[in-house]
Ligand binder design. Structure first.
Ligand code: ADP
Ligand code: MG
Length: 229
């Protein structure tokens, strides 16, 4: 069976390209995806709906840390293949059933970098992605690193960044005044990694590999000295 958009249309068990019989629209190729059970956006909503106490929020720390780490690993895989996702956000990250493994999907506006220069920057025409998570131009692989940083803060804070901002207000704040979301709910060691990921200057942002390395090096992230005991 095929995975289209929307849970009602399909249930799938494996990743495969498939060809339909063309009963509806003529023969077409589709990508068959694992069926994912909850997006990160949905999970954050669920966390918020349960109105956890401060203690419960603390208990979510290992899970949140694992999620942002797995998202970074997924982006690293794309970047290794010179693909910019360009729309990294909680609504495009979801969880596999049973394992709860993090998956990045919605490659609708992804681009492969022309050539093999990882540091190249180029100007996209028009808007790409969701403005809230969109890095100030120009774009390159580092645009996904910026979006990862916003996703990380949203995961910890359980609050949507720049909520209620108009397009103009967002542009003024982010591009001209260099405003970024508050880091107070982010563990300090992760906050440092986030700060290095959303620099105004794309060249100064960490690569996603550096983000992954720093998250792995950080003992508290992996073995949870602070959170998992
Ligand atoms: N593999 C999947 N398993 C379950 N639901 C999915 C899957 N892929 C997409 N969806 C659902 O379809 C929605 C839209 O898919 P997406 O690829 O993000 O397209 P869009 O460009 O419309 O954002 C997702 O938010 C999710 O609810
Ligand atoms: Mg989407």
């Amino acid at each position: 069976m095929l995975a289209f958009k929307g849970a009602s249309e399909a249930v799938v068990a494996s990743v495969n390209p498939a060809r339909t019989s063309g009963a509806l629209t003529g023969p077409s190729f589709y990508i068959v995806l694992d069926r994912l059970h909850e997006t990160l956006e949905g999970r954050i909503r669920r966390w918020n709906a349960s109105e956890p106490s401060k203690l419960d929020r603390q208990k979510l720390m290992p899970e949140k840390t694992r999620i942002i780490k797995e998202v970074a690993a997924g982006i690293a895989h794309l970047h290794k293949n010179l693909i910019i996702h360009r729309d990294i956000k909680p609504a495009n990250v979801a969880f596999a059933p049973i394992t709860d493994q993090v998956k990045i999907f919605d490659m609708g506006i992804s681009r492969r970098l022309p050539g093999d220069d990882r540091d190249q920057l180029y100007r996209m025409t028009g808007y790409t992605g969701s403005q809230r998570y969109m890095a100030p131009k120009p774009y390159g692989l580092s645009a996904d690193v910026y979006s990862w940083a916003l996703l990380a803060v949203e995961t910890f804070s359980q609050k949507t960044a720049f909520k209620g901002y108009t397009s103009q207000a967002h542009k003024k704040a982010v591009c001209h005044q260099h405003v970024r979301p508050n880091l107070k709910s982010v563990p300090r060691h992760i906050g440092r990694i986030v700060k290095a990921s959303w620099d105004q200057q794309p060249q100064r942002r960490s690569s996603i590999e550096t983000v992954c390395d720093k998250l792995t090096q950080e003992k508290r992230v992996t073995c949870g000295q602070r959170y998992c005991n």
